[in-house]
Write a protein of this length. Structure first.
Length: 496
């Protein structure tokens, strides 16, 4: 339940009232229908045969806990859906589709702030919509497909976005804290600590949107343990797809214990003048990113697949795949006046990523110093001789251990890092950097010219087998699902 600015007496009264209130009766809640082709705004809206016609009519209603707003499949509505009201625990407000066929109901906002816009509310579930928002070309107007906005609200509980497709959003190149993009959850204000709790986006798609694909942003929290209660919690982005995104693919700001998994990003940083990454966080604690695939990153500054950035504390990337990104596989870039500590990047695969602009590389360590950043048991392979495998322009705090680094055939690919710690890695077609326990040898992949994860599995006679270091991090299997032996092998393949 949201906590707003209220006197102590009023809060006590509300708490006592809530203790004796009966839960909302979702079974008695009303369902409203919208048919933008054949409906009538003078009708009751209470059945498919008496559906409303316009988004304006649907937006004028204040929805109560458990109520439903259903839009007819195969229809297209023009304008903005901006419903009022809120759900309650166990009785969220539902926006969904009705009718025959598979075509999702479409909302085209024609350059408004958002096609579906929710403000200062909670307990909503949004399913099976098609949202677009194309207006005149602009460098000033922020636009989005789905935009949920809180300002000095308190804690907003439970949002579910499922099966929502957002496409063709041409908003201006504005990033946090008030961006353009596809599916956005934004916290603003400065007087009342505000955050989301229990926020899930799943099985949804964003395509050709500017500038952020799917994300959360906030003006509250710093990512430190002292600010943990200000961070959004229960954030999960699962099985989503992002294509042709102007800036960041999927990003979480000011969260704790978020999970970003089984997502696919193909094409990011396509039109933005800023710094962007495929999947990453800002000022977030204990985020877990796993089973994601990122490709098609454009640009040679930031535009890496994955990123440990400012204020990231105990974040973990594991079981992720990165390939064919112009900006590389991984960025380690602590921001000014922030703490980046205790982060782990392990059991991932990078194939044919590159970044040809100094001081960047397939893995780039730049910006401010981090502490206790451990990069281990990853397989990093590139087919480009004009890119470095690792580059560092001065920051400390990163250790590379038990990885496989393989450069391009013919000319090789350098490691330009005299600052980080390297221990017990395998190097092939690259110089071995101050790693007295390292191995310089052909890793003996099943395919000598890798182009996919299965290609970097180890042959039985690989010199990388069985010479790794056991790590007590709770990880029991590798990228491919194999149990991790003791001692493990170098790189991402732990098969027997």
């Amino acid at each position: 339940m949201a906590l707003r600015r209220t006197s102590t007496v009023a809060l006590t009264a509300l708490a006592l009232a809530g203790a004796f209130a009966m839960p909302a009766d979702a079974g008695a809640a009303r369902t409203y229908y919208v048919d933008c082709q054949r409906g009538d705004d003078n009708a009751t809206g209470s059945s498919a045969g008496t559906a409303w016609r316009s988004l304006e009519k649907a937006s004028a209603h204040t929805y109560a806990p458990g109520e439903k707003l259903l839009l007819r499949r195969g229809t297209s509505c023009t304008g903005v859906l901006a419903p009022k009201g809120a759900g309650a625990a166990g009785a969220p407000v539902l926006i969904d589709a009705y009718g025959s066929g598979k075509a999702k109901p479409r909302i085209q906002a024609n350059g408004a702030r958002a096609a579906l816009h929710l403000v200062d509310t909670e307990q909503w579930e949004i399913r099976n919509l098609d949202l677009s928002n194309t207006g005149p070309a602009t460098t000033t107007d922020r636009r989005a497909g789905l935009y949920v906005q809180l300002t000095d609200y308190g804690t907003a509980d439970h949002f579910l976005v499922d099966g929502v497709d957002v496409h063709d959003v041409n908003g201006a190149d504005f990033k946090d804290p008030d961006p353009s993009g596809g599916i956005l959850f934004v916290v603003q204000g400065s007087t009342t600590p505000t955050r989301f709790n229990d926020l899930r986006v799943e099985d949804s798609t964003v395509r050709h949107v500017d500038r952020t694909g799917i994300g959360t942003m906030s003006t509250w929290g710093s990512g430190t343990d002292a600010d943990a209660e200000l961070l959004s919690s229960g954030v999960e982005f699962v099985r989503n797809k992002a294509y042709d995104v102007g800036g960041d693919g999927i990003v979480i700001h000011e969260t704790r214990k978020a999970r970003v998994e089984h997502n696919y990003v193909d094409g990011f940083n396509m039109r933005s003048a800023g710094y962007n990454a495929g999947i990453w966080a800002w000022e977030s604690q204990d985020a877990l990113y796993q089973y994601n695939e990122v490709t098609g990153g454009h640009g040679t500054r930031d535009s890496m697949a994955y990123d440990i950035d400012g204020g990231n504390v105990r974040n973990t990337y594991r079981y992720n795949y990165s390939h064919d990104n112009e900006g590389g596989f991984l960025l380690v870039c602590n921001g000014a006046d922030t703490t980046s500590d205790g982060n782990r990047i392990h059991d991932n695969i990078s194939v044919n990523d590159r970044n040809t602009t100094s001081p960047y590389a397939v893995i780039s360590v730049v910006c401010g110093a981090a502490t206790d950043t451990q990069v281990y048991r990853n397989t990093v392979v590139t087919d480009r001789a004009d890119t470095a495998l690792v580059s560092n322009n001065g920051p400390t705090g990163v250790t590379f251990r038990d990885n496989i680094f393989m450069g391009a055939a013919g000319g090789g690919s350098p490691i330009n890092d005299t600052v980080s710690t390297f221990s017990n890695n395998l190097y092939w077609r690259t110089a071995q950097p101050r790693d007295t326990s390292g191995v310089n040898a052909d890793p003996r992949f099943v395919d000598a010219t890798p182009g996919a994860p299965d290609d970097v599995r180890l042959k039985s006679d690989s010199p990388a087998r069985g010479i790794g270091t056991a790590v007590d991090d709770g990880t029991t299997h590798d990228y491919f699902g194999n149990p991790i032996p003791d001692p493990p092998s170098l790189g991402a393949d732990q098969s027997s």
